[in-house]
Design a protein around this ligand. Structure first.
Ligand code: 0K2
Ligand code: SF4
Length: 323
């Protein structure tokens, strides 16, 4: 038990975004309508607790559609899938529910449009991330992935006047702008996407962390290690002046030694993180001498997406389920 009385700065917004809420509710609704098992291709969102909770309710997570018995119900995750995955599912007569976030679908549409107009597309994102695989699959012959400085240096285009950059939705805003600058140095005619590909939720969560980081001796980010947007919050905290920052899935993963000499702790969570996990972190901190919580507000979020059309009924949406 720490003997000092410290304070907590709590980022707002944090946690569930509109696309994650929709995707989690989609699996819950599919279970209500169709009964268990409902198959889900990949993790519906990148959060251990959400996946474990849905598994207990009867969701079965698989890596690929060929693991789903013919004719079964399968939900596609919030991160999106390439057209090939839709084709594979149709070939196996799977009943698909597409929980791709509409803001990811928007990037897919941009990719299709620029490919149709014969552009070379430089997709900034993390190699191997499901969202990038889905987006790149829209036009594999036109899209090249840019993941870091090596790719910036080696990427080749057919016509430097006909090249556009797009991005993954959950990147660091500042790092992406730096990458675009480097790309534009090589290709001055590089065009930008018609609207931001890094989504509102990613931007707002990073902004809230930036606002509080300089005051924080420690920032605790709640999120899973495979959650791109959550990992970015740790990086943003450190770049913005926090003395230390750590990612944890659960309060029990916090090392009490991290509190040594700490007066102010920042707390936030990634877009795939249910609020119950943040509450547990706040309780853990209160028990150790950090009972005072001040909110640091960066933006108001009111966006709500309709459920995937395969699940729409006249019934109103239930309030966000913390899973
Ligand atoms: O941040 P990631 O893209 O790895 O994904 P999650 O942690 O599942 O967050 C939700 C974003 C889903 C799509 O953009
Ligand atoms: Fe959609 Fe952004 Fe949430 Fe991803 S992080 S699901 S793009 S709102």
């Amino acid at each position: 038990m720490a003997d000092q009385r410290g304070r907590v700065l709590l980022a707002d917004p944090r946690g569930y975004c509109a696309g994650v809420d929709r995707a989690v509710v989609a699996v819950e609704r599919a279970l209500e309508i169709h009964g268990a098992p409902v198959y889900v291709r990949k993790q519906i969102v990148h959060n251990k607790h959400v996946v474990a909770t849905l598994e207990r309710r009867g969701a079965v997570f698989v890596d690929e559609t060929d693991e789903v018995p013919e004719g079964s119900v399968v939900v596609f995750s919030a991160h999106g899938v390439s057209p090939v995955v839709h084709e594979e599912a149709a070939a196996r007569q799977l009943r698909t529910i597409d929980a791709t976030c509409p803001l990811v679908t928007k990037v897919h549409q941009e990719a299709r449009r620029f490919a149709r107009d014969d552009y070379d597309i430089l997709l900034i994102g993390h190699r191997g991330h499901e969202e990038v695989e889905g987006t790149a699959g829209e036009a594999p012959e036109r899209i090249q992935l840019v993941d870091g400085a090596d790719d910036v240096a080696t990427v080749r285009v057919r016509d430097p006047e006909k090249v556009v950059w797009l991005s993954q939705t959950t990147l660091s805003v500042d790092e992406t702008l730096a990458t675009v600058d480097q790309l534009r140095h090589r290709f001055p005619g590089l065009q930008s996407p018609p609207s931001d590909d890094i989504c509102y939720a990613t931007q707002n969560r990073q902004q809230a962390v930036k606002q509080m980081a300089a005051e924080c001796d420690l920032v605790v980010v709640v999120g899973s290690t495979n959650s791109s947007n959550s990992v970015r919050l740790v990086e943003v905290a450190l770049e913005s002046g926090a003395r230390a920052a750590h990612l944890v899935d659960f309060a029990a993963e916090i090392d009490p030694a991290w509190l040594d000499g700490v007066g102010t702790v920042g707390v936030t969570s990634g877009a795939s993180v249910p609020e119950v996990l943040v509450s547990e972190v706040l309780d853990w901190l209160a028990e150790r001498g950090y009972p005072d919580v001040e909110t640091v507000k960066a933006a108001e979020e009111r966006l709500v997406f309709a459920l995937p059309r395969e699940l729409r009924t006249d019934r109103p949406r239930p309030a966000a389920d913390p899973a």
